[in-house]
Design a protein around this ligand. Sequence first.
Ligand code: C5P
Length: 223
Amino acid sequence: VSTPDLAGRHVVVSAGGTREPLDPVRFLGNRSSGKQGYALARTAAARGARVTLIEANTGLPDPAGVDVVRVGTAVQLREAVLKSAADADVVVMAAAVADFRPASYAEGKIKKKDGEEPAPIVLVRNPDILAEIGAERARPGQVIVGFAAETDDVLANGRAKLRRKGCDLLVVNEVGERKTFGSEENEAVILAADGGETPVPYGPKEALADTVWDLVVPALGSA
Ligand code: C5P
């Protein structure tokens, strides 16, 4: 049993990947499994937090003792996060949010027509939820944690992203084969706004989650 160092705290975690519909049967999506976000929710609950898990398209069973909110798209995720963040001590954005969505939605299934070129898919920007909650803390002292998957210049890009999004901690993953997506394990560096840098060796997503909470707890004001 873990130390209840998150007792009395409300923790909001987003998990999974958004899907942006094109028509009733098709969407633009991503490969996020949601497992890291679920590990964060489970470990926060084990450490005594009241946890709201906002999940997008994971298909994973609800963790015990956690309030689960289901969403589909980035716009729905934003609404749910802003609502729960209003009284949250910590918000962790572990979900993979689509940066763009189709500009229009076809009410009927898009059909291929003989001899016609396919129509291009026009995209529009989605809101950046992390940047929004990072810029406007819903409560003083609220701790905000982001995730970033990077393929190169991992630390430099991570530092720049931490500043741009205004978060307190940024968990940076180097993405590549074997690592991260759908896997039970993860490897990361956790960057802190105060310059701190905590490497987390390859291991279970639960271990990375606990290291995140170890860094969050001292950043929280007194309960
Ligand atoms: O910019 P990038 O997508 O790499 O940033 C990743 C971080 O930002 C993650 O924490 C993700 O949940 C969050 N994000 C967001 N809204 C977006 C895109 C990313 O909150 N539209």
